[in-house]
Write a protein that binds this ligand. Sequence first.
Ligand code: NAG
Ligand code: NAG
Ligand code: NAG
Ligand code: NAG
Ligand code: NAG
Ligand code: NAG
Ligand code: ZN
Length: 503
Amino acid sequence: MHTLTPRPLMRIWMLFLWCASCNCGPDPRKREALIRLEASRRTGGNMTLNEREELLDSKLQTLMQHDIEAGPFSPSMHFFKAKRFIDQSPVFSLIQKMPKGAALHVHDFAMVDVDWLVKNVTYRENCYVCFTDEQTVQFIFSSGQPASRPRCSSWTLLRSLREKIKNSTELDNSFIGNLTLFTEDPDRDYPTQDSVWKRFEQAFLVAYGLVTYAPVFKDYLYEGLRQFYEDNIMFVEIRALLPATYELDGRLHDKDWSMRACQEVVRRFTAHYPDFLGARVIFTVHRGINATEAVKAVEEAMELQRNFPNIMAGFDFVGQEDLGRPLWYFKDALSLPEGRGVNLPYFFHAGETDSQGTDVDQNLMDALLFNTTRIGHGFALARHPVVKEMSRKMDVPIEICPISNQVLKLVSDLRNHPATVLMAEGHPLVISSDDPALFRATALSHDYYEAFMGFGGMSFNLGTLKELVINSLRYSSLPSQRKKDAIDVLLIKWDKFVVESLL
Ligand SMILES: *[C@@H]1O[C@H](CO)[C@@H](O)[C@H](O)[C@H]1NC(C)=O
Ligand SMILES: *[C@@H]1O[C@H](CO)[C@@H](O)[C@H](O)[C@H]1NC(C)=O
Ligand SMILES: *[C@@H]1O[C@H](CO)[C@@H](O)[C@H](O)[C@H]1NC(C)=O
Ligand SMILES: *[C@@H]1O[C@H](CO)[C@@H](O)[C@H](O)[C@H]1NC(C)=O
Ligand SMILES: *[C@@H]1O[C@H](CO)[C@@H](O)[C@H](O)[C@H]1NC(C)=O
Ligand SMILES: *[C@@H]1O[C@H](CO)[C@@H](O)[C@H](O)[C@H]1NC(C)=O
Ligand SMILES: [Zn+2]
């Protein structure tokens, strides 16, 4: 057989040889420079690490590599299924030890591990339970038999019930089930956003009767601060509904009482743990209220701001954004402070939605037009280029709560969370946990793990974490001198953490 290369092919072959030896093709130095440029833009990308931090970073990179290769990759799974894997991760245990600065987006009744509510609070004297026709429970403390509620069995004194059934393990586990969203198979149990939000609001109501009992209200806050402190957090901003609290005889206390209680508990806590900086309250109301009620709420907020300037940080709306009223509906109420020359900072939840082009989808822009200090979630921000530019220019950070967004079904695989883009371009942001108790997550560490591993994979490093923890104080509501001092304290804790993690 004749196998001589035909002439035209030969010519192409020679051209190829010539090309391979020439300088055509992309310039590798330019490529390097582009890679560095891109790295410098991401969160923490500009952070210079000292020698010890570099050492810890290389250790961290090895651990991250292991988490990625060992599989399954936790941030790609639902948190309820991923939790047991995350809990075993050495990256997670490093994050737990890391000083995390502040938690800036958490809700009042979702801060404390529900085991404490069941094992401590429901075992107190005078605790009654009733069983609703929706297979949930409600609690109340009372000195006598409480008046029964519609759609709930008659009230049973828990102490007698427990004596009767002897072994309370199953009952207590059912209470824990009622107080959290945690389930083995979240995709089966919560097929839609509305169904998971319904369970979310139900769980809130279960906690409500326990936490609004005046003595428990204070203990709950103290225990909440303790659990956050234990997770290496030094400052907390709590979005609080400040509902009326009650005594055994049914007497009610108003918002002033709750604010004074918060003040007293924070004072007591910081006296005991002097390196804890404290907590502030963002007064919240449900976004289902009407315009008249909103005027009243904003007036109350202004009064709280006047009476409790140290502990009161500002105002916000809560509840499922898609079903609630948009911010623009409340524009008259929200314009009151400006009209009266009062400074009432806003901390609006906005863009916690998948619905594009609706009135609710406008909330992000309206939050900025009302000079919001931060944006809660901002999940929809990446879809609003103008708003995104505004938030960057105004240096208004978004508060990203990865586990909450996943459990409430805005995104399933966290690698597809819009924060991946925002962090890649160094958008101002902080990481928070929203309702850790409802998700059975730690105060902040699980959310940090999900953000760190899920949003950046191997492109993140120790500088990312350092910028995130500094951001948490930089974007807090603390007055500027206290903020500066807080960051100094944080950096001392940080250096100690780095040294100890290298041992
Ligand atoms: C990073 O630092 C460089 C040089 O100091 C600066 O030009 C750039 O704007 C910074 N980038 C970010 C994202 O902060
Ligand atoms: C419940 O909590 C309170 C206050 O935090 C504490 O004093 C008490 O000892 C606890 N009781 C039990 C049974 O754990
Ligand atoms: C109570 O019941 C649980 C399971 O329902 C069981 O595991 C536990 O051993 C029981 N405790 C006692 C003291 O019998
Ligand atoms: C809530 O408690 C009730 C009564 O104990 C129980 O039947 C129900 O299964 C619990 N719900 C969850 C989700 O655990
Ligand atoms: C607003 O809500 C309150 C309380 O539910 C109600 O009394 C009032 O009539 C409502 N106002 C308007 C304008 O709908
Ligand atoms: C927002 O801030 C700008 C600039 O400080 C100010 O002109 C404007 O009146 C403020 N708007 C509101 C609603 O407070
Ligand atoms: Zn929230």
